[in-house]
Write a protein that binds this ligand. Structure first.
Ligand code: ADP
Length: 371
């Protein structure tokens, strides 16, 4: 048998008539049995139909205050009982009903133990889950802080490196031989790349903390802005970008702009001449699936997940310029919106980046709807 401190606490809120003494005897040794007649801090509560009216409100309060950790209540019912109580339907998303299980009297000890243990296991699992979630949130927060502090503090010395390199170039550029000229150009280029990586990291670490509230947002306007911003790249590569009619979603328009900007810019960058890019939207239940399709170089199966990690690139700097943070930022933005992002691709046969966003129509309470 387990040590007493490991036992779950079961509180008996049943009447003398309900055979409190016998139930207590049955459970003692297997559970830490509490017989106090006021609702306390137990792991599971046993009530009967006579005691239920008296304890109902206090039990409800206890169950609700313990939420999101599951706190079970079991009713012992007499066979001749006229009491009609529904049990929670696991498929239903309504607030839980108070009683989680009903056991008929006279008690079958095996059945009672099995039902109680099942509920107690669920309680432990929900406690563990909350515990890990809290730890995960904490570690996420400290990682965010670390990324923010590191990238913020790196900016200053980098600025110094860049400005002195530029000073050398301006002041002594004419006196340098070809080799020195080339070395200096590499150093300036390296510093510039590092600046862009640090800016990217900073943007990445700020997605959750500094995002605007999520509100109904028209994606057509977002994409229009993005295409304006990318006009130079579109013209240079003679890209053709076709855009479906896009929905309103619940989102942060600035972050959605960054999302589209990275994906469309990549679609053009990782293509051959005159790329074709299609932006489409398809409804899927309460979500929208937005896809950005290109006819570019494609991505190997084995690389399709890691490109969403920070600084993961499949190409050298000489082949394609970039920081390797664009898709990581996209993933973080989509995560913040409660969606998912992935890529479908065949090497040599183009890529389709797909992400989901919640439809705004449920939460959309625009008092002045457009006519
Ligand atoms: P960056 O473009 O700055 O290198 P990203 O995080 O945006 O960083 O992309 C990571 C890598 O994923 C890129 O280096 C590229 O190899 C690959 N990639 C991204 N978009 C595409 C695309 N549309 N087609 C093919 N490869 C892509």
């Amino acid at each position: 048998m387990r040590a007493t401190e490991d036992l779950s606490t079961v509180q008996l809120l049943i009447t003398e008539d309900g055979n409190r003494a016998a139930v207590r005897e049955l459970l003692t040794g297997y559970y830490d049995v509490e017989t106090e007649q006021a609702v306390g801090e137990a792991d599971l509560y046993l009530v009967d139909e006579r005691s239920l009216p008296e304890y109902h409100d206090a039990l409800r309060e206890r169950v609700e205050s313990s939420d999101p950790v599951f706190c079970p209540v079991v009713l012992i019912r007499r066979r001749d009982s006229a009491l009609r109580i529904n049990l929670p339907d696991p498929g239903e998303r309504e607030p839980p009903l108070l009683i989680d299980d009903i056991v008929d009297a006279p008690l079958n000890p095996h059945l009672l133990f099995r039902r109680m243990n099942t509920l107690l296991v669920r309680r432990n699992q929900s406690e563990d889950l909350i515990h890990y979630l809290t730890k995960l949130e904490e570690s996420n927060r400290s990682l965010e802080q670390f990324a923010y502090a590191a990238s913020h503090d790196l900016q200053e010395p980098l600025r110094m490196v860049s400005s002195y390199l530029q000073l050398i170039d301006q002041r002594y550029g004419d006196e340098l031989d070809d080799d020195a000229d080339e070395f200096l150009a590499f150093a300036i280029d390296g510093a510039e790349r590092m600046r862009r990586m640090i800016d990217g990291l900073l943007a990445y670490s700020r997605v959750d903390e500094e995002g605007a509230p999520l509100e109904p947002t028209d994606l057509n306007a977002v994409v229009e802005d993005v295409l304006d911003d990318l006009q130079v790249q579109i013209d240079e590569q003679e890209a053709v970008v076709s855009v479906d009619s896009l929905p309103r979603v619940t989102g942060d328009s600035d972050q959605l702009r960054q999302l589209f900007q990275n994906l469309v810019s990549n679609a053009i960058e990782y293509s051959r001449d005159r790329p074709h890019v299609d932006i489409e939207a398809e409804r899927d239940g309460t979500e929208w699936q937005i896809s950005i399709h290109d006819d570019g170089i494609g991505i190997e199966d084995g690389d399709q997940e890691r490109i969403f990690d920070v600084f993961q690139r499949l190409h050298s700097h000489d082949e394609h310029s970039g920081t390797g943070i664009g898709l990581a930022l996209c993933k973080r933005i989509v995560d913040r919106h409660g969606g998912q992002i992935w890529v479908e691709s065949e090497p040599g046969d183009g890529s389709t980046f797909v992400f989901t966003l919640p439809d705004s129509s449920v939460a959309d309470v625009d008092p002045n709807p457009e006519t």
